[in-house]
Design a protein around this ligand. Structure first.
Ligand code: DON
Length: 319
């Protein structure tokens, strides 16, 4: 008889299984206190550390939630794959490969050393250098247009009107000396495609967009649904480019912890210092979690544990 591959179809994940995986993850980790809020962006230290939200959005737009899923936090680095998607949609994936890079750096998200030692300079669109390069690469005539395109794209993935958290923007921009150095270094090497201070401002604004855990799950759900937002039906990324974006998330979404993350969770993902993490089960659903306390690499402790447990409960690790 023919060999049967046991790839689960979405139908195998009934609503009860999805809701109980979300509930179990919330209950298992709600009392964990390990880690600390990011404080290199001063205002992030003021976000209540005990907040914890978990959500799943399926490719057909069903949502399962537990905890503080309505609290608005700054998207931070979770924005990065979505702006990379915008470049892919606008200019094709080769633009990302050639003008930014797709190699993991194996170094922290804000590494300047990586810019000096790798010929690509910007590394990949998941680290700060590559993300600032991505912002600069968006085809736009003015700073305002650059921002509008990026903001509209992120809102399109979320299927919601989103607001910039202005206090986060101010707090980060006033202290953004490291990112300013990165933008200037890239410009020096011919790997930034707009004026450095403009790219820095728009990048910082992108990172300051407020989202909640539901929005984040819908953003991931759009990637799980081959690039089309399951709530609005808007195509954000042509389906043929989704695998290329997920490959970058898989290899670099957790920076210098990407290997350990793929080893333990097995899902393309992206983290942010606001405490958000989103993981994609291609063709099926996305898991999002939010909790402000981070580990040393800048990745949310409880969000990681929640997602890892859900992936295990539902048996959806890719490898
Ligand atoms: O550029 C920064 O440092 C922040 N706006 C984003 C960094 C970040 O989220 C790293 N991720 N875990």
């Amino acid at each position: 008889c023919a060999l049967q591959l046991s790839v689960p179809s979405i139908a195998e994940f009934d609503s009860v299984a999805l809701q109980s995986a979300v509930d179990r993850a919330y209950d298992s980790f709600k009392n964990v206190k390990e880690g600390a809020n990011a404080n290199y962006i001063p205002i992030l230290d003021e976000v209540p550390s005990d907040l914890f939200g978990v959500a799943i959005v399926t490719r057909d737009g069903e949502m399962f939630v537990a905890g503080d899923v309505d609290y608005r936090f700054s998207i931070q680095s979770v924005s990065k794959p979505f702006t990379a998607a915008l470049i892919m949609a606008q200019q094709g994936p080769e633009a990302v490969r050639e003008k930014i890079g797709v190699e993991p750096t194996g170094l922290p998200f804000n590494s300047k050393v990586a810019i000096e030692i790798y010929e690509e300079r910007s590394g990949n669109p998941m680290v700060n250098a590559g993300a600032i390069a991505a912002v600069s690469l968006v085809q736009a005539e003015t700073e305002e247009e650059r921002w509008e395109l990026i903001n509209d794209n992120i809102q399109g993935f979320a299927g919601e009107k989103l607001q910039v958290l202005e206090e986060v923007y101010t707090s980060e921009y006033e202290t953004a000396w490291g990112n300013r150095a990165i933008a200037n270094l890239l410009f020096n090497y011919g790997r930034l495609y707009a004026e450095p201070e403009e790219a820095l401002r728009v990048y910082t604004r992108q990172c300051s967009i407020g989202i909640n855990t539901r929005d984040l799950a819908v953003m991931g759900g759009t990637l799980a649904n081959e690039g089309t937002n399951p709530l609005t039906g808007r195509e954000m990324l042509p389906a043929r480019h989704v695998p290329e974006l997920l490959a970058i998330m898989a290899t670099a979404g957790f920076y210098d912890e990407s290997g350990a993350w793929m080893f333990s969770a097995g899902l393309p993902s992206k983290t942010g210092v606001g405490g958000g993490v989103v993981s994609v089960v291609p063709g099926k659903f996305a898991i999002a979690a939010f909790s402000p306390r981070l580990n040393e690499a800048g990745n949310s402790v409880r969000a990681q544990r929640a997602i890892r447990q859900i992936a295990g409960d539902l048996g959806v690790g890719l490898y």
